[in-house]
Design a protein around this ligand. Structure first.
Ligand SMILES: Nc1nc2c(ncn2[C@@H]2O[C@H](COP(=O)(O)OP(=O)(O)OP(=O)(O)O)[C@@H](O)[C@H]2O)c(=O)[nH]1
Ligand SMILES: [Mg+2]
Length: 225
C-alpha cells in the first residue's frame, strides 16, 4: 500500500516537473523572472505585495493562488498591476498548493511580453507548495513572528526549499513571546546561512531591502548574499 502511494506521488511529481519546465521556457522566452512566494495562511504575503509593488522600477504581474475567493486578487488590482487569480476549489479539486498545470492555465491571462517580473502568491500552506515546482526562478517564503520560533524545525522542507526567508510582522515583537535569536538559530539549523530579511509589511520597516531584491531579480542581476 505504502509502495503504491510512493509510486503515484513520484508520477505526479514527474508530470508536474515536465509542465514546470514548459512554464519556465515560456517565462525565459518572454524575459520574465518568476518568484514563487509561499507561507502559512495569514503570514502576510498579500500585505507585503501591497506594500512593495507600487512604483517598483520593473514591470510587475501577480498570480494569486487561493482555494477560494478573489479577495487577494482584488487587493492587488488596486495597485494597477496585471493580476490573475487561480482558485483551486472550482477547477482543481480544492488543492492546498499551486502546481505547474494550474499556473500554466493562468498564463494566457498575463501579458508576459510586457512584464519583467511575475510574483506568484501560492496558497497559504507550510507543507505542500514546497513540493511542487511551477516554473519559477526563485522561491521565497514569508514567515511571520506570530507563528512561533519553532516553525523551521517543524516544517523544514519549506524553509529548505527557499533561497530567501522574509521574517514578517516584526512590529509585533514587543507584544509576543517570540525569541528572535532562537528563531534564527532554528532557521540556520535547517537551512544554514539562508538569506533573510526582517520586515514589517504593516509599518514598512525593512521593505526597501525586499523591493531592491525584487528589482534585481526582475532585471536578472545577481542578488547580493
Ligand atoms: N501587525 C502586522 N500585521 C500584519 C503584517 N503583515 C500582515 N499583517 C496582517 O496579517 C493578516 C494576514 O495578512 P495577509 O497579507 O492577508 O496574509 P496572507 O499571507 O496573504 O494570507 P493568505 O493569502 O490567506 O495565506 C492581515 O490582518 C494583515 O493586516 C505585519 O507586518 N504586521
Ligand atoms: Mg494572501
Amino acid at each position: 500500500m505504502h509502495r503504491t502511494y510512493v509510486k503515484v506521488l513520484e508520477d505526479v511529481l514527474d508530470a508536474n516537473g515536465t509542465i514546470a519546465a514548459a512554464n519556465r521556457d515560456d517565462f525565459d522566452r518572454a524575459g520574465v523572472t518568476v518568484v514563487n512566494l509561499m507561507s502559512a495562511p495569514g503570514a502576510g504575503k498579500t500585505t507585503l505585495l501591497e506594500r512593495s509593488l507600487r512604483g517598483l522600477d520593473v514591470r510587475v504581474g501577480v498570480v494569486e493562488g487561493d482555494v477560494a475567493s478573489t479577495l487577494d486578487a482584488d487587493r492587488i488590482a488596486q495597485l494597477h498591476v496585471s493580476v490573475v487569480q487561480i482558485d483551486t476549489d472550482p477547477s482543481f479539486g480544492g488543492e492546498c498548493h499551486l502546481d505547474a498545470n494550474m499556473v500554466r492555465s493562468a498564463l494566457p491571462s498575463l501579458p508576459l511580453d510586457e512584464l519583467d517580473l511575475v510574483l506568484i502568491e501560492n496558497v497559504g500552506n507550510l507543507v505542500c507548495p514546497a513540493e511542487f515546482l511551477v516554473g519559477e526562478h526563485h522561491r521565497v517564503m514569508v514567515s511571520s513572528v506570530a507563528e512561533g520560533e519553532d516553525k523551521p524545525l517543524k516544517y523544514p522542507l519549506m524553509f529548505r526549499a527557499c533561497e530567501l526567508v522574509i521574517v514578517n510582522k516584526i512590529d509585533l515583537l514587543p507584544h509576543l513571546d517570540f525569541d528572535l535569536d532562537r528563531y534564527l538559530h532554528n532557521l540556520d539549523a535547517v537551512h544554514p546561512g539562508v538569506d533573510r530579511l526582517l520586515v514589517s509589511a504593516k509599518t514598512g520597516e525593512g521593505v526597501d531591502a525586499w523591493r531592491e531584491w525584487l528589482v534585481r531579480v526582475g532585471r536578472r542581476e545577481a542578488v547580493p548574499a
